[in-house]
Design a binder for this molecule. Sequence first.
Ligand code: FES
Ligand code: FES
Length: 408
Amino acid sequence: MTAIRLTVNGEGVAADVPPRMHLADLLREQLRLTGTHLGCEQGVCGSCTVLLDGVPVRSCIIQAVACDGLEIRSIEGLDDDPITDELRDAFRREHGLQCGFCTAGMLIAAREIILRVPDADQQRIRHELSGNLCRCTGYVGIINAIHSVIERRRGKGVPVERIRSSVKFEKRREEMSARPSSKDATPASTQPVSASRTAPGASAVPRETESAGIGAAAREGWTQFVENFVIQKPPREVWKMLSDFRRVASCLPGAELTEHNDRNIKGRMNVKLGPIRAAFTGSATVELDPATMTGRIRGAGSDSSSGSRTKANAIYKIAPEESVSVSRVVLSVEYNLQGPLAQFSRSGLAQDFGRRLIAEFATNLNASFGSAGSGESHAAELNAGGILWATVKHRLLALLRRITGRQV
Ligand code: FES
Ligand code: FES
């Protein structure tokens, strides 16, 4: 048992929790706050959504011990919240609930959408709510209810509060992903760093990516991240390697190149996410500028079995580090995912996933320099679930280390 202290719905709470107890069980079983519902217990359905330091999280995949010192707000803590009040009325008016099982999670997610995307239209609301499932399939009423609150607030001239996220939580997320544990660490030569922690002298977002709209504000419905990593080879060698599409594909888990010429590529990406298996087939155009060592890729693909579709743009730039025999690759990616796999686009998890995927790519890339580029694929399938689990595990371990001050 571990003794923790946290604030729940504005009140200080002390609890002894077993190491594997998740936050939802703490709320429901110990604190008797049964408004938080448990559906899938694996982070998919969104029924268990609560606010952690103001940010919606799935309480079924957050360990209670990791919440020591944090502030939790469950649906019971939003009794007097004016936006939730408006939403409750709207859900009743628009028939946005049937059995009510998903409703607490829906209300919390909807409140955050109203604050974060105050001009969302119905399409945007659908996208934003894609991580909350209603087993009664009452989506039309739910979307109408949320949209009506947005419209009313707009009509009343309620000032727009563009709340993106809790600063405290974002800071914590940064801290958590800043230092990989020794176990999870990628080789020193491929340490990925997020854009905000770029090494001295390196540009966080290359100007080329900004002018292409990547690295600026994310477009509606698109997920975006900027990442960079170091390769222990001079820039020209790295440029040559990244211009060899077959070698690049062989370093990217799950990727397979089927056809290519100097400018166009066709291929397949095999992805596994829990029970969902998808094989995206698609094509992309590539523009390479050897003078600035910048590459631009624009692609689209679809998976006929799951009905998921994606569009993606990526820009990379290679620059010398302080030592000319070492290069830094800065990569900006934006993608739009639709269909069953779209649930995966939500939250910072998607960015963390991208970072880990790129770290794997960088590791494989470095290894391929040693193996003179055999062209052998490193993984036949991108195990998105495995990488996601590693991401969640890494976050929790980092948080535990921070809380206990010990290696765990
Ligand atoms: Fe937590 Fe389904 S119960 S996401
Ligand atoms: Fe029944 Fe959504 S209203 S699960």
